[in-house]
Ligand binder design. Structure first.
Ligand code: PEP
Ligand code: MN
Length: 351
């Protein structure tokens, strides 16, 4: 960090600023700038709130040089294990997570779980608490759905993931699921991010519909700051002027995220497109772009789904997507350039 000081400060004012910095446990090196004097701050300055520096009398500008997200930026993150034996990221083969948008009944969930497992999915998704744009739409079976998810896991062996929208739901769901999902609408819910940061469970963090790459990484930083390093990022489409698709799948963000962080990155082509006819091609593209996996909505009778029917695919279609995923991953499996340590860093901020 560099502090740009006011030109008119005396030598003793500048020395006083340096000693204020040192009292924070940081190093301070004074440099006579051409115009303004500068103080180079060394040590863990990023972890102090910016106002601590900007409010020091005589400081005109604070230039942050380190990574905006030191935890997300760390180079030593290992692949993440979910439940018993599902590994994602860190160069592991891409995985497919599949299941219904909403858990509709015990029978329907079990049928779907068995079908997605037979299709090659390694995890089951299923909404218990559903964020719906209209409050009159089906909002999920809640705790009952979580019980059905746990039953489906014991019958199929598939670890399960479900969304939580509040701290209360987080506490309930933690008893049942192998991975917590923070949905697009809650990516900016910093209380919830901090709460899942204290959980031992892996977290699937979905990009909000208007979030920049930087917003997404800073949301991940909130979780990691709480001590939970098991964060999986998910691109699920962003809002643009296009209306033919539900959202616009931003695949460049997948490649960017892979450069910026070692956290696993998965793609949700279901919410990204909102159209079942586009799921297979976008799944192929996502794996080719370097995604560590896919999360796809599947229903035994897609047109009868109680939520997101237009984007639900059949288990038969999922079988093809899993086969595509393996083929494309194999095509690039000896690509040693891929998944190297991050080369980029989030832009520094100035305050
Ligand atoms: C979902 O995965 O069911 C969901 C609601 O997704 P998103 O938060 O991406 O809209
Ligand atoms: Mn859905």
């Amino acid at each position: 960090m560099i502090l740009v000081l006011n030109k008119s400060l005396s030598e003793s004012d500048i020395a006083d600023i340096a000693s204020q910095i040192e009292r924070l446990g940081l190093g301070a090196q004074i440099v006579g700038g051409q115009t303004n004097p500068l103080v180079f701050v060394s040590g863990n300055a990023q972890t102090h709130p910016s106002h601590i520096f900007s409010r020091i009398a005589g400081v005109e500008k604070v230039l942050k040089l380190g990574p905006a997200c030191p935890r997300v930026d760390a180079k030593d993150i290992r692949p993440i294990t979910i439940g018993q034996g599902v590994t994602i990221g860190g160069g592991a083969k891409p995985i497919v997570i599949a299941g219904p948008c909403s858990v509709e009944s015990q029978e329907m969930l079990l049928e779907t779980a068995q079908a997605v497992r037979a299709a090659g999915a390694v995890m089951l998704r299923g909404g218990a608490y559903k964020p719906r744009t209209s409050p009159y739409d089906f909002r999920g079976l809640g705790k009952l759905a979580l019980e059905y998810m746990a039953q489906a896991r014991s019958q199929t062996g598939l670890p399960v993931v479900s969304e939580v929208m509040s701290i209360e739901q987080l506490e309930i769901a933690s008893e049942y699921v192998d991975m917590l999902q923070i949905g697009a609408r809650n990516m900016y819910n910093y209380e919830l991010l901090s709460a899942v940061g204290k959980s031992k469970l892996p977290v699937l963090l979905k990009r909000a519909m208007s979030a920049t790459v930087s917003d997404l990484l800073q949301a991940a930083e909130y979780i990691m700051l709480g001590g939970n390093e098991k964060v999986i990022l998910c691109e699920r489409g962003i809002r643009t002027f296009e209306t033919y698709t539900r959202n616009t799948l931003d695949l460049s963000c997948v490649a960017a995220l892979k450069s910026l962080t070692n956290l696993p990155v998965i793609v949700d082509p279901s919410h990204a497109t909102g159209r079942r006819d586009l799921i297979r091609s976008m799944s192929r593209a996502a794996i080719a772009a370097g995604a560590d996996g896919l999360i796809i909505e599947v229903h035994p009778q897609p047109v009868r789904a109680m939520s997101d029917a237009a984007q639900a695919i059949t288990p038969a279609e999922l079988t093809k997507i899993v086969a595509d995923t393996r083929k494309i991953a194999d095509l690039f499996s000896d690509d040693t350039d891929k998944l190297e340590t991050p080369v980029l860093s989030l832009a520094s901020t100035v305050s």
